[in-house]
Ligand binder design. Structure first.
Ligand code: WT7
Length: 685
């Protein structure tokens, strides 16, 4: 039933017909696992009444509890302003600073406590432990530098293209201290991808690092800044200054030259700011804290704009009650800060709670699959957070490794993709040694923080299912006609959230129309309505809800492929392929992958007279890496004699996806060119 419904639903979406939604719908209902008694005994939230306290009829008052976790320079006048749907405002009239909430307010109690454990990838390099006092000093000095050397002020945007090092949260928090809006671009993205984001956000300053370690190599990173400046210039956008941190202070580790008057080595400028303090700017609660670009259905990535007050309150609350962070915990989220997971659950959430947060520079499986467990043992990590992709890789390369180390997790998280029940069970039994509570958290870049998850001290866990909405979040599944699909119906539909919440993005940067269109238009019955009840948020994921109320997320219903837990727009990859002069048409389809969940296969057709060759295929692949980054590199580039097309000329991605996944493409007799299907089958690996 659910299967049929998922198929029917995905038919509506051209291009996604062999959709991600096919994965999890086949999974059996699993039995429950109870969180350990010792966990419950110490948990921050065990009172089931929380769901009554935060029932829909009590919206928005219950979000007061979220705001109260923060220190305010001026308390808010009104908790929620819904007068211009769907542009919600939270904690209206309140003033605060995110940097002082994550640092200054902890100094009285915790100044000598480690805020950040930085773990370099090379195992012979010592781990750096940064106390809250040290973080305070370094953030202040760097904020002074940004203000006095770059003239940055509240409201300006700055692009960061930083690897996983302590200097990344330092830079973010320094921006936040000034009210400057940071836009961190994942370090694995290319210089061109960085340029696109810098230019869209109109950042005139780029903050980067000379080099970083990954997979046993010291990668040159500064070269990407040179590309970014050049590419932005082509787009008519000028990046005036590039600030380059040194991975090894005092030593420049990149072969790329420093450009006079444009590039500045941060570590050389910093001594001038020694001892400088910067008063945290008292910002309006609904001023933007950062932009985070993510892929959507159209070519260009969109800048999700997150607020200071609403966002910080939301990530602090969910860190405390879903991640169960206590100040004495050592918390390690192995995501990259270049993605929303890292922003919310490495930097802002944990630091708002005065936790110790681990930042690991490198590959989880470097030099071997025992590495994460050695780190956990050495730092006595007790809360661990990662993605199904990382879990699958660690299981494949070292299923017996965790048992060799003496760490002990009380709590573990999985995030970013559906997790196969088998993989969940390994995570639970082997990584968690059967003694940890696990949460499968479903959310998105747009949502700021968790939407669905079990509350670890209250609910039982069920492998392969995220769980109910977290307290304060009221999800619903709608079918294509807008009818609600009830729990236990067995039917898949579009998962939406009925109510606004403080962590939800404020808008798409410079594109409010697209914001309304993409997330709210589909299920809004009356665009003139001023009632938030008429504006459910549409996440863009397929889901089913079991009788017990747990949601199982089935994956994207749009042209987005989730590779290793990261979103790639098929249109972005196709546009990159079309930059190769020989290529006339391109189509990307998702292929199931044992480790990464999904990977892209890229089909291209060449202009008349052009000969297929390995060279052309390599050029296409290289174009994708240049435009987006290695993460989008296609598994294979298939040069086809012609694309399978409908009579109206639409490329049948469904057929290509079936071929790539070794499935039967079904009835192709209605195609304009059915004969091409066999020809393509002959070429594909
Ligand atoms: C997409 C969001 C969540 C932060 C990291 C990714 C998928 C996310 C789960 C989960 C199944 C999940 C969805 C979502 N997703 N969490 N627990 N189970 N699918 O953020 O890059 O914005 O991607 O990731 O498809 O829409 P993102």
């Amino acid at each position: 039933m659910a299967e049929q419904s998922a198929r029917r639903q995905s038919k509506e979406q051209p291009g996604a017909e062999v959709s991600e939604a096919q994965i999890a719908v086949h999974w059996q209902e699993e039995k429950y696992y109870s969180p350990p008694k010792e966990f419950i005994a110490q948990a921050n939230l065990t009172d089931k009444n929380v769901f009554k306290r935060m029932s829909l009829d009590k919206f928005p008052g219950y979000f007061k509890e979220f705001g109260e976790l923060l220190d305010w320079d001026k308390k808010w006048d009104k908790i929620f302003d819904g007068s211009k749907p769907p542009f919600w405002r939270w904690f209206v009239g309140g003033r605060l600073n995110a940097s002082s909430n994550c640092i200054d307010r902890h100094l009285a109690m915790h100044k000598n406590k480690t805020a950040i454990h930085f773990v370099p990838e090379p195992e012979n390099e010592p781990i750096q432990h940064l106390t809250y006092q040290e973080l305070y000093v370094r953030v202040n000095e760097f904020a002074a530098l940004l203000r006095d050397s770059c003239g940055l002020k509240a409201g300006d945007r700055v692009t960061l293209h930083m690897p996983m090092v302590a200097e990344l949260p330092i830079a973010m928090l320094a921006c936040a201290r000034l009210g400057v809006v940071h836009s961190q671009v994942f370090s694995g993205f290319s210089g061109k991808a960085c340029a696109d984001r810098a230019s869209d956000s109109e950042s005139h300053v780029l903050i980067t690092m000379d080099a970083y370690h990954r997979g046993g190599k010291l990668l040159d990173h500064k070269e990407k800044a040179d590309t970014a400046v050049a590419e932005a210039a082509k787009d008519g956008h000028k990046i005036d200054k590039v600030l380059v941190w040194q991975r090894y202070p005092g030593r420049y580790s990149s072969p790329a030259k420093l450009v006079d008057g444009r590039d500045f080595v941060v570590n050389e400028l910093l001594p001038k700011y020694r001892g400088k303090r910067v008063e945290p700017a008292q910002m309006a609660a609904d001023a933007p804290l950062f932009l985070m670009y993510t892929s959507g259905t159209t070519g260009r990535p969109k800048g999700c704009q997150h607020s200071i007050g609403g966002y910080l309150a939301y990530v602090a609350w969910t860190s405390k009650y879903i991640q169960d962070i206590h100040p004495e915990d050592v918390y390690w989220c192995m995501a990259d800060i270049g993605w929303i997971t890292g922003h919310s659950y490495i930097v802002y959430g944990p630091l708002a709670l005065a936790a110790s947060s681990v930042i690991y520079e490198g590959l989880p499986t470097y030099p071997d699959a025992g590495r994460p467990w050695r780190i956990a043992q050495e730092l006595d990590v007790n809360i661990f957070h990662t993605s199904p992709t990382a879990i699958r890789a660690l299981r494949k390369e070292g299923a017996d490794e965790p048992a060799k180390y003496g760490y002990r997790f009380k709590h573990m998280t999985t995030v970013g993709e559906p997790i196969e029940p088998e993989v969940w069970k390994w995570y639970h039994a082997v990584v968690g040694k059967g003694r940890a509570a696990i949460v499968d958290t479903w959310w998105q870049t747009e949502t700021g923080g968790f939407l669905c998850s079990t509350v670890p001290g209250i609910h039982k866990m069920k492998p392969g299912s995220a769980g109910p909405g977290v307290p304060g979040i009221h999800p619903a599944i709608y079918d294509d006609e807008g009818k609600e699909l009830k729990a236990g119906s067995g039917k898949a539909g579009n998962i939406c959230i009925r109510n606004p919440w403080p962590g939800v993005m404020q808008t798409i940067w410079k594109n409010p129309d697209r914001f309304v269109q993409q997330y709210y238009a589909r299920y809004c019955k009356d665009r003139k309505s001023k009632d938030w009840r008429d504006w459910p948020y549409m996440a863009g994921d397929g889901a089913v809800q079991a009788k017990d109320g747990y949601y199982r997320i089935l994956g994207r219903i749009d042209d987005v492929i989730n590779v290793a837990g990261h979103r790639l727009g098929t249109k972005e990859i196709e546009s990159a392929a079309l930059l190769v002069p020989e290529v006339v048409e391109a189509a990307v389809v998702p292929v199931a992958d044992q480790i990464k969940g999904k990977v892209p296969d890229l089909y291209v057709a060449l202009k008349p007279g052009m000969k297929p060759s390995d060279d052309v295929a390599k050029k296409v692949s290289a174009a994708v890496v240049t435009e987006i980054g290695a993460i989008a590199r296609p598994r294979q580039v298939v040069i086809v004699p012609d694309m399978p097309k409908t009579r109206s000329g639409k490329i049948m991605r469904r057929v290509l996806a079936a071929i790539s996944n070794g499935q039967d493409p079904g009835d192709v007799s209605t195609l304009a060119n059915p004969e091409v299907v066999d020809a393509i089958r002959g070429i594909v690996k």
